[in-house]
Design a protein around this ligand. Structure first.
Ligand code: SF4
Length: 501
């Protein structure tokens, strides 16, 4: 396989192999500008490829959660099957459009025509404000030019994005790809003339737009903290409907609650909106964040102090009522890991390690510095290997992490909690967030004895391919394995030789 898109096959390459070839092909097919922008927005290394969910799930989910927005995927059938399956598993309750292809339609350009026909058929203004078309790995690598789609059809906006696994490292950052593309579209609409007013009316106070998906109560709590300063909480980006994008851009400042939204921040920057990093999580975080917001709006020290007096003390009081006693390692790919780690430390926990699959940004610097000053090692773009090594080295009372980390922890008798389902789905902000984690975490730590009993009960039943109850010894056949390995080595050598042609 060389870098020529003509040589791409419709299937057979993907996140499991061939990222270099796909990237070379995408560059040869004219996608260098997109990939260079990804490299700037989402710097890679050492973790440079998806180790979990397909990244496109992030942008797909953002589109599926918006009212009156249709989504169309263009990619290998196996990728689309997986993505739609997971979307429905998470309750999408909406159809995902798919334009299938084969090697011929891919290399002759017919796939692009099929996509164009599909959006023309779908573009019904009674049903949709916008249709999002996403190129997955193979169509991106073969240069399917979504930018050549019409900007709008019958008043329905058409937004085309490339979300390849070889350019966008995590599903969190893929949310930013779509949020950024939509903000860019909405910004140009605003520049061109009057746009729709927000459905809920315009706030009489200057607003703060919030970046990052949060627990539904968090924006309200942030609103309460802003009120004494004469400010109001604006929309949360990613938005839930198109016209919210206009009010998001119409803010006085942006709070980068999740700090990895590089493309979205670029749009706010171009709209002249100041950006405040970190988030009002924990007493120190509330104090720091409120003063950052005060600076962004040029407020007087007294106004900021009024808000701080009301909410720093309340957060401290809530923290003192719900303590966490134990050592915790924490890792995840949602982008809010540093905030959660700060809250755990302020709640009394010892947190020696935090790994996030997202990249470090200027907006997360204060969190990193705070954590490091409190004895915590912070690893951005952490790999699964980093997370497992930290857990094995620390032997914590609780490991919070992704599925493989939690599985590994439990196998070794260490209590584990899934970050995405159990931790990131709780309020974190201000006084309401202060006590929200303690109950679930203390219960998990207290489960250690039960876990030890289970581990010793299952001791000796084997692991991995020898797991289970055997009447005799497992039939291991190392000769089959060696033979199969030889085949794989031969294939790898042939692929290498092909590359050099
Ligand atoms: S689109 Fe997603 S699932 Fe498909 S090859 Fe790319 S990263 Fe893997």
């Amino acid at each position: 396989m060389d870098g020529d898109p003509k040589h791409l096959q419709a299937d057979g390459l993907g996140c499991h192999a061939g990222a270099d070839q796909l990237e070379a092909a995408a560059r040869a097919a004219g996608k260098s500008d997109v990939l260079d922008q990804f490299a700037k927005d989402y710097p890679q290394g050492p973790h440079d490829k998806p180790q979990s969910m397909c990244p496109a799930f992030g942008s797909l989910r953002v589109g599926l959660r918006m009212r009156r927005v249709g989504t169309v995927l263009s990619g290998s059938a196996c990728c689309v099957y997986g993505l739609t399956f997971v979307s429905h598993f998470y309750g999408a309750r909406r159809s995902v459009g798919y334009v299938p292809f084969n090697s011929e339609t891919l290399v002759t350009g017919k796939l692009f025509e099929d996509i164009r026909d599909a959006v023309h058929k779908m573009a019904d203004p009674d049903r949709y404000d916008a249709i999002v078309v996403t190129n997955l790995c193979v169509p991106t690598a073969s240069g399917v030019p979504l930018r050549l789609l019409p900007d709008e059809i019958n008043g329905v906006r058409i937004v085309g994005i490339d979300v390849p696994g070889f350019g966008v490292p995590t599903h969190a950052e893929a949310k930013d790809v779509l949020a950024g593309a939509m903000l860019n579209y909405a910004r140009q609409e605003i520049e061109a003339g009057p746009v729709q007013a927000p459905a809920s009316g315009k706030s009489d106070r200057p607003t703060v737009t919030m970046l990052g998906e949060m627990f539904p109560a968090d924006p309200m709590i942030i609103g309460q903290m802003l009120a004494p300063m004469g400010l109001a909480a604006g929309p949360v980006v990613p938005c839930r409907e198109w016209r919210e994008l206009y009010s998001a851009l119409d803010c006085g400042a942006v709070a980068a609650i999740h700090p990895f939204y590089s493309a979205a921040m670029r749009e706010f920057d171009q709209a002249g909106r100041p950006i405040v990093g970190s988030a009002p999580v924990g007493a120190d975080g509330v104090a720091h964040w409120l003063s950052g917001i005060g600076d962004a709006f040029g407020l007087s020290a007294e106004k900021v102090a009024t808000a701080q007096n009301a909410f720093v003390g309340a957060t401290k009081a809530a923290l003192s009522e719900t303590r966490i006693d134990g050592t915790i390692t924490l890792s995840g790919y949602e982008g809010s890991e540093l905030l959660v780690a700060r809250l755990l430390i302020e709640s009394g926990a010892n947190v020696p390690y935090v790994g996030t699959a997202c990249h470090a940004t200027e907006q997360s610097k204060w969190d990193r510095d705070w954590l490091e000053a409190h004895g915590c090692k912070v690893v951005a773009r952490a790999s699964l290997e980093d997370d497992l090594a930290a857990m094995e080295g620390v032997q914590p009372d609780l490991a919070i992490g992704t599925t493989p980390v939690v599985q590994h922890a439990k196998e070794h008798g260490i209590p584990g909690l899934y970050y995405t389902n159990l931790i990131s789905a709780r309020p974190l902000m201000g006084p309401a967030g202060a006590g929200s984690l303690a109950q679930v975490i203390n219960a998990a730590i207290a489960g250690k004895d039960r876990l030890n009993k289970m581990t010793s009960f299952f001791e000796g039943v084997g692991t991995e391919d020898t797991a289970g109850v055997w009447e005799g010894d497992p039939n291991l056949r190392p000769d089959f394995r060696a033979q199969h390995q030889k085949k794989l080595d031969k294939q790898a050598r042939a692929a290498k030789a092909q590359e050099m042609i």
